[in-house]
Write a protein that binds this ligand. Structure first.
Ligand code: PLP
Length: 390
């Protein structure tokens, strides 16, 4: 763990700035050059090597945010996941991965890893014993996601990290849903932290990016593979990501507050059957979430009562948009079975509990009362529509 002396918002605002020595501008200049003179310097800079000035400096901010020694920035969250798996897994190895996982990551594991002779096991649940049972003599990597997409299940980060360390297995985590504001898994013994920076790190629904953070040794190993895969991020977008992260702490804390209020409101609503939010006392792993998270995040999911069609409800919302992706400052909803988890079979979704009625809710920074009013009118209209067909 790398202890930061600076507070969260100071890291967000200042760490990893490229100094404008010439004009003393307030923000980092953008270096768009793909070609750098190298005859008199040690570093051979090239965008695909993750080492242009903007890439190199923003990596410092990302590492600081996750209490890591080093970081790399990728062209997408999936590019980061690929580089991470392909660094630590080779033919003959085995991966243990939790069953409640981002659909794109599950699909990559099932579609691509077998072609390379890499075996995998999806756990039956997400308790430490579920991971222990799945381990084989050739297991080299355990990958977790907590809170998970879209069910907000909580995995015991420290428990899994200790189990893996006792067997010399590397651990990786998708920390996208929590963001570095709410959870720092390296403090609990995880080796590599992964983010879809498209989500909270970007925060404005206008950047596709990914990030990996870890020890210098692990990040050097990832760099060796990643430079061949070619998934780095353009400097223009690196600069946009740097600007976005300046407000990360402020945004995510506002989203935490709104999500908690919305979760409580939905939980008490007579037309809502189920709410999944780790900040609710009713969540089965609320105590564990309290131990390992600093805030409960801006994501929740819920199901309306029987007979109220989730797709009608989404169409009736006015302020809250039905859209792909998550974590922007604007609130959005989606049906995981039609989007993030569409690549899973119905049987696979049923097994992990993703029903066709489940609605994922990414809570933004709008005024709480406006969000509640929008949901209320959409529920009333959904009820009216349902009665027409009864
Ligand atoms: N991990 C999680 C939890 C996600 O929600 C997503 C995208 O939705 C990804 C990873 C993949 O990230 P990207 O779309 O940036 O490739």
């Amino acid at each position: 763990m790398t202890k930061n002396k600076l507070g969260l918002n100071t890291i967000c605002t200042h760490v990893g700035e490229v100094k404008d020595e010439q004009f003393k501008g307030a923000v980092s200049p953008i270096y768009l050059s793909t070609s750098y003179q190298f005859d008199d310097v040690d570093v051979k800079r090239y965008p695909r090597y993750f080492n242009t000035p903007n890439q190199e400096f923003l990596s410092k901010k990302l590492a600081a945010l996750e209490h890591a020694e080093a970081a790399l920035i990728f062209g997408s969250g999936m590019a980061a996941i690929n580089a991470m798996f392909l660094t630590f897994l080779k033919a003959g190895d085995h991966l243990v991965v939790q069953n409640t996982l981002y659909g794109g990551a599950s699909n990559f594991i099932k579609e691509q890893l077998p072609k390379m002779g890499i075996d995998y096991t999806f756990t039956n649940g997400y308790s430490v014993s579920d991971f222990e049972i799945a381990i084989k003599p050739n297991t080299k990597l355990i990958h977790i996601e907590t809170p998970s997409n879209p069910l907000l299940t909580i995995t015991d980060i420290e428990g899994v990290a200790q189990l893996a360390k006792s067997k010399n297995i590397i651990t990786t985590i998708d920390n996208t849903f929590a963001s570095p504001v709410n959870q720092n898994p390296i403090d609990y013994g995880i080796d590599i932290v992964m983010h879809s920076a498209t989500k909270y790190l970007g925060g404005h629904s206008d950047i596709l990016a990914g990030a990996l953070m870890g020890s210098q040794k692990h990040m050097d190993a990832i760099w060796d593979v990643a430079k061949n895969l070619g998934g780095s991020l353009s400097d223009m977008t690196v600069w946009m990501l740097e600007r976005s992260i300046k407000t990360l702490g402020l945004r995510v804390k506002a989203q935490n507050r709104n999500a908690k209020r919305l979760a409580k409101y939905l939980y008490k609503h007579p037309d809502v059957k189920q709410v999944n939010y780790p900040g609710l006392k009713s969540h089965p792993e609320h105590d564990l979430a309290k131990k390992q998270m600093k805030g409960f995040g801006g994501m929740l999911s819920f199901e309306l009562e029987e007979g109220l069609d989730a797709s009608v409800f989404q169409k009736k919302l006015k302020l809250i948009k039905s859209s792909m992706s998550l974590a922007g400052v604007e609130s959005t909803v989606l049906s995981p079975h039609l989007t993030s988890h569409a690549l899973l079979t119905q049987e696979e979704r049923d097994k992990i509990g993703i029903s066709d009625q489940l609605i994922r809710f990414s809570v933004g920074i709008e005024s709480k009362n406006d969000l509640i009013q929008d949901i209320e009118q959409a529920i009333q209209k959904t009820k009216e529509k349902s009665q027409v067909y009864l």
